[in-house]
Design a protein around this ligand. Structure first.
Ligand code: ASP
Length: 617
């Protein structure tokens, strides 16, 4: 096959290159004909260069150029020349020049396209994913995938500079569920036995600490068989990190250094040397969530001190039951209609609130009050119950004329917090309070520390680990682990960025006896714990060092750096929202011969609960 080897990329030519003879390789991005002259925008990974075919001097070439269609893959040879004055395009890096074509070789034709390759593909998601190789040609996808590469590279650079080794851990492991369901891989050699794909390299990175490597990282693929919804992917990538002889603060400051390096290298953004810290409890009280978006304020306040003087029974009941009344002030929100407030109430009810109470701060109490009312500075909603202490409430909450006060009361403090937190988040999103400006994105990092160690699983009637079973309970709780698991705080931390959980980690248990106590609290019998995790506790009996780690999600990190709201935008070949890849059709059925080799038969559950053997033909 005839070839024309490229001498320069489509992003490389400048005015000073005029006069050079060059060969470009790339794709026909657009072809326009003006007065018989063909203008071809030729595109490759580096940019776009304008190629011109002059029909007067080269009639044969012009005929060939007329055959070119979008996305034909071609090689072009020609002379670089300055664009005629007035035709210079300052928007393009190659805008000062064009290439006067001498020869064009079609390397491959393109079929009619399912969608235009543009700056950004506008087709629907399944079409984009079906033709992902075309979607990836768009400038926006090319840029994001480049950013992902640069991020991964910067991570390796930083971790190596800090003396970490990158060590691969197996992707076929023993099934040791970490909270989600495992993906299983049947063993052909051992019928009835399975490997699992790791939900994370957790146990292996801890074993690497037992093995004396001290500082480990890995850009690791993790697999979790969770229900397909929202932005979840069955496989995703973590920057998995573990360190020996390190306490919490060592891990936090190492992670701050990593983020600082990555943001500087990839985005040119200088992050603060240290990130803020909030305890889990404080995050819940002030933002109603353990992943607060700190790009805006609107903190939750305690309305409790104003309940007694008022006459609203529902609030009094919540307080009497040991719960809470929480309030937030929405500046300028008095213009919100009843319908808009109802929508906010919907967000609160998702988190089990019974309702969303509200009142507005009047612009001008004397003027706005109805004739039969005493002029109160509050109006609407539950204002009538707080006539006596309205002024105190307004100044106490820091509210002002034209503001809307929103409140949730509940016999459970956590419900009041989370429900109102959901209202805060919704307002933040709907009103763009976070100031989402793609040209100057803001990055608000915050550490959430001191998480509870255990959560009560009401359905199964047992305690389970809030993060995972290998977390070190803070020293002061070791004596009460069994007697009061709900009170125990773990040496756990999350890194939150702009309202997203970016990383989780913890100091680990290295004492096999303490580890066994934790397994027991989480409901594992001694035999069960031994069967599942014996290899880990066994390793700990040989002088395993104290250790801890963290795992920032690479997909989320790049997504936030790119100003996107879906991780699919930064993964080359993601699954769709139903865990399906519409391009290769996975998951798919397999040959019966493959199943036979694996000693597997397919049993489909029939309606009514009867099982039916349905070995595929
Ligand atoms: N393995 C944990 C996770 O995937 C992270 C860690 O504790 O390092 O959430």
């Amino acid at each position: 096959m005839e070839t024309m080897k490229r001498t320069v990329t489509c992003g490389g030519l400048r005015g000073t290159d005029a006069g050079k003879i060059v060969v470009l390789n790339g794709w026909v991005h657009r072809r326009r004909d003006h007065g018989g002259i063909s203008f071809i925008n030729l595109r490759d990974r580096w940019g776009i260069t304008q190629v011109v075919v002059d029909p007067v001097r080269k009639p044969e070439l012009a005929a060939a150029a007329a055959e070119l269609r979008n996305e034909y893959c071609v090689a072009v040879e020609g002379a670089v020349r300055p664009r005629p004055s007035g035709m210079v395009n300052p928007e393009m890096v190659t805008g000062e020049i064009e290439v006067d074509a001498e020869r064009i070789l079609v390397l491959n034709k393109s079929a009619a396209l399912p969608f235009q390759i543009d700056e950004e593909t506008r087709a629907n998601e399944d079409l984009r994913l079906t033709y992902r190789y075309l979607d990836l040609r768009s400038a926006a996808m090319q840029k994001r995938i480049r950013m992902r590469h640069e991020t991964a590279f910067a991570v390796r650079e930083w971790m190596t500079s800090q003396d970490f080794y990158e060590i691969e851990t197996p992707t076929f492991i023993k099934s040791t569920p970490e909270g989600a369901r495992d993906y299983l891989v049947p063993s052909r050699l051992y019928p009835g036995k399975f490997y699992a794909l790791p939900q994370s390299p957790q146990l292996y990175k801890q074993l690497l600490m037992a093995a004396g490597f001290e500082k480990y990282f890995q850009i690791a693929r993790c697999y979790r068989d969770e229900d397909a919804r929202g932005d979840r992917q069955p496989e995703f990538t973590q920057i998995d990190i573990e360190m020996s002889f390190a306490g919490r603060d060592d891990i936090l400051s190492m992670t701050e250094g990593l983020m600082g390096h990555v943001f500087k290298k990839v985005l040119g953004v200088q992050l603060p040397a240290r990130f803020r810290r909030l305890s889990y409890e404080e995050a819940q009280e002030r933002y109603g969530t353990d992943k607060p978006d700190l790009r805006f304020g609107m903190e939750l306040e305690d309305f409790g001190p104003y309940v007694e003087k008022g006459t609203f029974q529902a609030f009094k009941d919540a307080v009497a039951a040991g719960g809470a009344v929480k309030a937030l002030v929405f500046k300028g929100g008095a213009s919100f209609s009843r319908k808009q407030i109802e929508e906010l109430e919907g967000a609160a009810k998702v988190y089990k609130a019974k309702g969303l109470a509200w009142m507005k701060v009047r612009e001008n109490p004397a003027r706005d009050a109805q004739a039969d009312e005493t002029p109160s500075p509050l109006e609407g909603g539950v204002a009538k119950f707080f006539g006596v202490n309205a002024a105190e409430i307004i100044s106490g909450l820091g509210a002002g004329a034209g503001d809307l006060v929103l409140m949730v009361a509940d016999a459970k403090r956590s419900v009041a917090n989370t429900a109102l937190g959901a209202v805060r988040s919704k307002l933040g999103r709907d009103l763009g309070l976070a100031g989402h400006d793609p040209s100057s994105p803001r990055f608000e990092f915050v550490w959430i520390v001191d998480f509870p160690m255990f959560e009560w699983n009401g359905e199964e009637g047992r305690w389970e680990a809030a993060h995972h079973l290998f977390t070190w309970p803070q020293e002061q709780y070791h004596a009460v682990l069994e007697s009061d698991p709900g009170q125990v705080k773990g040496d756990l931390y999350d890194l939150v960025l702009n309202g997203y959980e970016l990383a989780s980690g913890s100091i680990r248990v290295h004492d096999p006896e303490l580890q066994k106590r934790i397994f027991k609290i989480a409901g594992f019998s001694e035999e069960e714990a031994e069967r599942r995790f014996g290899f880990l506790t066994g390793a700990f009996t040989y002088g395993a060092p104290p250790h801890g780690g963290i795992a920032p999600g690479l997909d989320r990190l790049v997504m936030l750096m790119a100003g996107e709201s879906s991780i699919k935008e930064v993964i080359a070949f993601p699954k769709n929202s139903f865990a399906v890849n519409p391009m290769d059709g996975s998951p798919s059925e397999v040959d019966s011969r493959q199943l036979d080799e694996l000693n597997i038969g397919i049993v489909k559950k029939e309606q009514g609960g009867n099982l039916q053997d349905e070995r595929l033909p």
